[in-house]
Ligand binder design. Structure first.
Ligand SMILES: [Zn+2]
Ligand SMILES: [Zn+2]
Length: 253
């Protein structure tokens, strides 16, 4: 089992210290996770300490510790993102859409705005940004693929149709998609992406990876065993981890 979506710093709730890193790695061992990847938000760039992660990882030879980054994708940031990614040998980079035209749509207080908007056009705008993120060539994984459902507002059109071009871009550019279990703890109360999208992804042979989106150590690995079982139920036999930005396939035993 692996967990590639872990935030050591949370939302700057703590600093990068050896003790903090150890608490995440200890939890990974308790949960029987073989590969854990730190992917803090790029907005905290100045507070990230990749060298310290690698150093503490050395104390855990039985764990595969990976160093990644979760990048907040915006069209006009592509050059800046490319420079950031090139400045460190990451194992993988997650591209996530958290905002539409400068609007951080996933903040709890934004539910009202979602309710006022036409759901189909909201989903369309969101997925077209995901498509651009996937086509940018900057990322290895797309984070929480259907985050736009966060407040449980569904589109009128079948989501599989609205997501189709984004999925095709992910497939064409060789990216992986995560089962992100954190959605269960948001108003929508289900994993990202939802089951009917998982089935399409499986049919398209897009590789899956796993992420808890833990912002504190206790959440590392949360519900990932269940996510593995779900994947097996829809016929998925392996998931991907990453090292030096290359995929490594691991079988779901
Ligand atoms: Zn995110
Ligand atoms: Zn995250």
């Amino acid at each position: 089992m692996l967990d590639l979506h872990v935030h050591l710093l949370g939302h700057m709730d703590r600093q990068a210290t050896k003790e903090n890193i150890r608490s995440f790695l200890d939890e990974a061992q308790r949960k029987d996770i073989r590969q854990i990847g730190f992917a803090d938000h790029d907005m905290y760039w100045g507070d990230l300490d990749f060298g310290l992660l690698r150093e503490v990882a050395g104390e855990y030879p039985e764990l595969q510790v990976r160093v990644g980054l979760e990048v907040n994708y915006e069209e006009d940031r592509e050059e800046k993102i490319a420079r950031m990614i090139d400045s460190y040998p990451f194992d993988y980079v997650i591209g996530s859409v958290h905002q539409i035209g400068g609007w951080f749509f996933d903040f709890p207080e934004e539910e009202e705005t979602h309710l006022r908007r036409d759901s189909d056009s909201l989903y369309q705008e969101y997925f077209s940004l995901v498509e651009k993120a996937a086509s940018s060539g900057l990322f290895n994984i797309i984070g929480h693929f259907d985050l736009i459902k966060i407040f449980k507002i569904r589109p009128q059109t079948d989501v599989r149709i609205l997501a189709r071009q984004a999925l095709q871009a992910i497939k064409d550019h060789g990216l992986a998609l995560e089962i992100n279990t954190n959605g269960r703890y948001k108003p929508v109360q289900e994993f990202y992406p939802e089951i009917k999208l998982m089935e399409v992804i499986q049919k398209m042979e897009i590789p899956f990876t796993l992420g808890s989106d833990a912002h504190e150590s206790g959440v590392v690995g949360r519900d990932l065993r269940e996510a593995c079982q779900l994947l097996k139920n829809i016929g998925v036999n392996d998931i991907v981890g990453f090292t030096q930005r290359r995929k490594e396939f691991l079988s779901l035993e």
